[in-house]
Design a protein around this ligand. Structure first.
Ligand SMILES: *Cc1c(COP(=O)(O)O)cnc(C)c1O
Length: 343
């Protein structure tokens, strides 16, 4: 298989269409067989449920080349499960989990020429998504849906090495208490765009949202979970008592790495905002960057500083261990790296 002629080292995080997408429709109470398409557009009824009542959920994962040349992705079964749960919360038909993993394999295999080579730092971003295509005018769930997967090659998250970023506490909330903050739905992003644009205009990488009920506890950023480290090296993972934190696969993997590989103590509990100045490191975690170190958090005219000059040793170790497992440099004792056979 001949790779596409792309400048792999200089890709940005932008969409470019590849050879194939995967598409599968739901109609009359069942998912059809599904398969590849080279049509990268979607034609919808003007009355599609997606356009009026926002029935849409999505996932994000990546395929990449390991040191020995295998094309792999990371824990796709976890994305399948999360999308299953997200769909159920929005009264959408859940896409079968085995079929999800098979669809990811099928679309990556068909686009193998677009999977960046090892060492480029680039990956093939995989975006599964599902939306209501059926007509609805009265408020109710649609009866027809489309599940799709698009893939697009993207550059490394950090071009010039990993650098700490700043966060601010915004005046807005990301999710309602016991609302949809714990599912991966476009609607959670629609309402975070305004605070996100404000944060960026002030020089912050993202917002650190507090619990929407009391504004006392730390939740997460617009698109990543957060982690802290105590002076004694304990990893502190914020939990939400209003169920409004998205269950990050990266975060859950890092907790396993910390406990089972690095012998660290992990505390998963609600974390008060007024205790974060007791911590010595902070990081954001998600598929794109694995861990982005956070050097400073501002709330009005108060600042908590962890250091903008260097990456803390615990975040560095966690990041290196998980990226090492992903690349094949460190043995994968968990069975997380999922090989995709390409002939
Ligand atoms: C996708 C997402 C994350 C990160 O989840 P991963 O599975 O680690 O990529 C965190 N927070 C929000 C709000 C997200 O949408």
């Amino acid at each position: 298989m001949e790779k596409k002629d792309l400048d792999w080292g200089n890709l940005s995080f932008a969409y470019m269409h590849t050879d194939y997408s995967y598409v599968c429709n739901y109609k009359d109470g069942a998912w059809e067989e599904g398969g590849l398409t080279s049509d990268h557009t979607v034609t919808l009824s003007e009355c599609a449920g997606l356009l009026h009542y926002c029935q849409e959920v999505f996932e994000g994962l990546k395929a990449y080349t390991t040191e020995n040349g295998d094309i792999v992705c990371f824990r796709p079964d976890m994305n399948a499960q999360r999308m299953y749960d997200s769909a159920a919360r929005l009264e959408m038909p859940s896409f079968p989990k085995d079929k999800f993993v098979e669809a990811v394999e099928m679309v990556v295999r068909a686009n193998a020429a677009w999977v960046p080579p090892f060492g480029s730092g680039a990956t093939l971003y995989i975006r599964p998504f599902m939306f209501a295509t059926g007509d609805v005018i009265g408020v109710k769930p649609a009866t027809e849906y489309q599940f799709r997967i698009l893939v697009t090659p993207v550059g490394p998250y950090y071009k010039g090495g990993v650098k700490p970023v700043k966060l601010q506490v915004p005046e807005f909330d990301r999710a309602a208490p016991h609302g949809t903050g714990n599912i991966k739905a476009g609607l959670n992003y629609a309402m975070s765009l305004h605070p996100s644009v404000i944060a960026h205009s002030k020089g912050y990488a993202d917002n650190l949202f507090l619990d929407p009920q009391t504004r006392t506890y730390v939740e997460e950023t617009g698109g990543a979970n957060v982690l802290f480290v105590k002076k004694d090296g304990t990893l502190v993972v914020p939990q939400s008592f209003t169920d409004s934190i998205l269950p990050s696969i990266t975060r859950r993997s890092l907790v396993d790495v910390a406990e089972k590989m690095l012998g660290m103590t992990v505390e998963q509990r609600p974390v008060r905002f007024d205790e974060i100045d007791q911590f010595v490191e902070c990081g954001m975690c998600g598929t794109a960057a694995v861990i982005s170190p956070v050097g400073q958090i501002d709330n009005g005219d108060q600042s908590v500083v962890y250091g903008m000059e260097h990456v803390g040793p615990v975040m560095k170790k966690l990041r290196e261990t998980l990226t090492g497992i992903q690349s094949g440099a460190i043995e994968d004792q968990f069975g997380w790296v999922h090989k995709i056979d390409v002939e």
